[in-house]
Design a binder for this molecule. Structure first.
Ligand SMILES: [Zn+2]
Length: 414
C-alpha cells in the first residue's frame, strides 16, 4: 500500500492480484504479450543510446507512429514508451546494463480494459482491435474491499503457464471532521495520551510504560562487550554473536511495542473521533535545549518508530495526524506560561501561579494547547485553559493543586 498527497486529500493506492483464466483460446493474448515485450525492448534499445533526457512529447514523436504500425492502440503505445523510459532510467541510475526483457507482462491503461467485478470478468483490448475475455479468480472478501474504489491501470502477466492480473485501485481518504483532540507525549519512561474536547475538557487520560529501560539494558550489555573486547569484537565469532543477539532483542522489543501502541492509540482515537497531535521530532533537534526528555543514548529512532506506527494505523482508520513543535511543552506552565520547577516525584510547580501537576499530564496539556492555538479557526472554539470553571469536572487540569492531582488518574496498561 502506498500514500500520496494531492492537495489536502491523501490518496491510497493498492493492488489486487488475481489468477485470470482466458475464455476460449488464449493465442491472441499471448501474441499481444509477446508483441508488447518486443515493443518495450525496441524503445529501450533506442532510448539507451540517446543520452539526452527525453520528455513525454519527444518520446511520443519518436515512437508513437512506430508502435501504432505494429498494431498497438494509442494508450498501449503511451504505456510502452513510458514504461521503457522508466526501465532505462532505473538501470542507468543503478549503473546497470541495458535491460533485456524476458518475462511476458504488459501494463494496460484503463482505456484499454473493462472490469466487471460483479461477474469477475475482465475484457482486454489487444493489438489490431482483438479482444480477450478473462475470468478472474479470487475470494469475494478480497474483492469486496475495493468496491467504491477507482481503478486506473493493470498489469497482466504470463508466468509458468498461468495468467495473472494485478489491478491498481485508488481511493481518496475522506478524513472525518474530528470531534476531539488527542495529544500524545513520548518520554523515556512513559507514553501519555490525552483526549480533550475542543472546549478544553479532559475526556480521557492514559499512560503506558515504555520498554526503554529494557532496551537500555541490552544497549549497556553491547557496550560492555565492545569495551571488553575493544579490539576483537568485530572478528571473534562468539563475541559478534553475543552482540547480534542483543541487537535482535532490541529490534523485536521496539517493533512489538510500537505496533501495539500504534494499534491501541488509533483504536482509542477512532472511538473518540480524534485528530491526533504528535510532537515534531525534527523540530526537537533544532530546539537547542532538549532537557532530560529525550535520552541521548537512545536517540530518536524509537520515538520515530512509535510515531510511524501510530500514523500508519491512524491513516487506516481515516484519522488525521498533525505535528506541533515540542518546544516548551515540558517546561512551561499550561495555565499561565510561567516557568515550571520540580516539586517532588514526577511533579512540577509553576513559580508564577502556583499550578502543580504531573510531569506527563502537563506535557499532554501543553501539546493540546499548542495545537488549539495553532489550528483553531472558525467553527472550532478557541480554548483557554487559563479560565478554569470550578464546576466543570472532570476537566481536571485546571484550578487548584488538589483538583489537579485528584482528577488526573493515570492508568498503567503495559
Ligand atoms: Zn502558571
Amino acid at each position: 500500500m502506498s500514500y500520496s498527497v494531492r492537495g489536502e486529500e491523501p490518496i491510497v493506492v493498492e493492488a489486487l492480484k488475481m489468477r485470470a483464466l482466458p475464455e476460449g483460446s488464449y493465442d491472441r493474448l499471448l501474441e499481444f504479450l509477446t508483441l508488447y515485450r518486443d515493443g518495450v525492448q525496441m524503445v529501450v534499445d533506442r532510448v539507451w543510446s540517446i543520452n539526452d533526457k527525453l520528455s513525454k512529447k519527444k518520446l511520443h514523436k519518436l515512437f508513437y507512429n512506430n508502435l501504432v504500425s505494429m498494431g498497438f492502440k494509442a494508450h498501449h503505445a503511451k504505456e510502452i514508451y513510458m514504461y521503457a523510459k522508466s526501465l532505462v532510467k532505473s538501470a542507468k541510475s543503478n549503473g546497470g546494463k541495458k535491460p533485456v526483457l524476458r518475462k511476458l507482462s504488459a501494463r494496460v491503461d484503463r482505456y484499454d480494459y473493462k472490469l466487471d467485478l460483479d461477474n469477475m470478468v475482465l475484457t482486454l483490448k489487444l493489438h489490431n482491435s482483438y479482444e480477450a475475455r478473462l475470468k478472474l479468480v479470487s475470494s469475494k472478501e478480497r474483492v469486496e474491499k475495493f468496491r467504491g474504489w477507482g481503478n486506473y491501470e493493470l498489469v497482466v502477466k504470463y508466468e509458468d503457464g498461468e495468467f495473472w492480473v494485478s489491478i491498481y485501485f485508488k481511493r481518496i481518504v475522506k478524513v472525518a471532521k474530528p470531534r476531539t483532540v488527542m495529544s500524545i507525549d513520548l518520554n523515556f519512561d512513559n507514553i501519555t495520551i490525552a483526549v480533550f474536547s475542543f472546549n478544553g475538557k479532559l475526556i480521557k487520560l492514559k499512560r503506558f510504560k515504555t520498554p526503554h529501560r529494557k532496551i537500555l539494558t541490552h544497549r549497556i550489555w553491547v557496550e560492555r562487550i565492545q569495551k571488553r573486547y575493544s579490539r576483537s569484537w568485530r572478528f571473534v565469532k562468539g563475541v559478534k554473536k553475543a552482540i547480534d543477539r542483543h541487537g535482535e532483542r532490541i529490534r523485536s522489543i521496539s517493533w512489538d511495542y510500537a505496533h501495539k501502541v500504534g494499534d491501541l492509540v488509533a483504536e482509542l482515537a477512532s472511538k473518540h473521533n480524534s485528530i491526533i497531535v504528535l510532537e515534531d521530532l525534527d523540530k526537537l533537534r533544532e530546539n537547542n535545549k532538549r532537557g532530560r526528555k529525550f535520552n541521548k543514548r537512545l536517540g530518536l529512532w524509537f520515538y520515530r518508530r512509535i510515531q510511524f506506527c501510530v500514523e500508519y494505523e491512524a491513516r487506516e482508520r481515516n484519522l488525521e495526524v498533525v505535528r506541533i513543535n515540542p518546544r516548551g511543552t515540558s517546561s512551561k506552565c499550561p495555565t499561565c506560561g510561567g516557568k515550571l520547577v520540580e516539586c517532588g516525584h514526577r511533579a512540577l510547580r509553576c513559580r508564577k501561579c502556583g499550578f502543580v501537576g504531573d510531569r506527563d499530564a502537563i506535557a499532554v496539556m501543553n501539546i493540546y494547547k499548542k495545537y488549539v492555538s495553532k489550528y483553531s479557526r472558525c467553527g472550532v472554539p478557541g480554548v483557554s485553559l487559563n479560565a478554569p470553571k470550578p464546576d466543570e469536572n472532570p476537566s481536571g487540569m485546571q484550578g487548584k493543586r488538589d483538583d489537579v492531582m485528584k482528577n488526573i488518574k493515570l492508568y498503567k496498561l503495559i
